[in-house]
Design a protein around this ligand. Structure first.
Ligand SMILES: Cc1cc2nc3c(=O)[nH]c(=O)nc-3n(C[C@H](O)[C@H](O)[C@H](O)COP(=O)(O)O)c2cc1C
Length: 199
């Protein structure tokens, strides 16, 4: 049975909701799954002024815990086309793991969100994927086998680089059914591949 970590950061709950769907998909493939978050690093006044979430249902991940998983799926919202600094900051502390190649050969993937359709959720995925590649993870995205991402009848996230959702400028749009299905598909797909790799 593959061990899968869904590692996320979320200011307003969109990525947290997507993280649950990724986990459901991985569990559906028989994996043992943990959902953990990275710590908030924004100053308290920013958290308050921007109304970031402070009630978090999942525990903070410690750096050394990464070693215990066959697959790591990173969920992170967009900040000016890049991954949020909270997630970047977490990975910036993983130098000792990188130095000993502790994550080489694990399976990895990413999912993201942005306020607008073309606001950079794909470049955010690429920024997360680059970091995972430097650590030697093998990247699994969201193939077009998930046909929901072909839908043109409604606004829908999702890309071959990973599942996405679009939150709207005021954050009022929560992940749609098609976007959650994409997240579940990616979670299942990653867990199935991780199980094969783990043998
Ligand atoms: C400082 C900052 C920068 C942002 N930059 C972008 C951006 O470049 N493009 C975009 O579409 N949304 C941008 N957003 C909106 C967030 O991506 C959006 O709130 C987030 O995806 C919602 O996910 P969450 O609820 O999990 O935090 C930005 C938000 C903040 C606070």
């Amino acid at each position: 049975m593959a061990k899968v970590l869904v590692l996320y950061y979320s200011s307003y709950g969109h990525i947290e909701t997507m993280a649950k769907a990724v986990a459901e998909g991985a569990e559906g493939a028989g994996a043992s799954v943990d959902i953990k978050r990275v710590p908030e690093t924004a100053p308290e006044e920013v958290v308050k002024a921007a109304h970031f979430k402070t009630d978090h249902p999942y525990p903070v991940c410690e750096i050394d815990e990464l070693v215990g998983y066959d697959a790591i799926v990173v969920g992170v919202p967009t900040r000016y086309g890049n991954m949020a600094s909270q997630m970047q900051s977490f990975w910036d502390r993983t130098g000792p793991l990188w130095a000993r190649g502790a994550l080489v050969g694990k399976v990895g993937g990413a999912f993201s969100s942005s306020a607008t359709q073309h606001g950079g959720n794909e470049t955010t995925l690429i920024s997360a994927i680059k970091t995972l590649l430097h650590h030697g993870l093998m990247i699994v995205g969201l193939p077009y086998a998930y046909q929901g991402q072909m839908n043109m009848d409604e606004i829908v996230g999702g890309s071959p680089y990973g599942a996405t959702t679009i939150a709207k400028g005021d954050g009022s749009r929560m992940p749609s059914q098609l976007e959650l299905d994409g997240a579940r598909f990616q979670g299942r797909h990653i867990a199935e591949i991780a199980a094969k790799v783990a043998g």
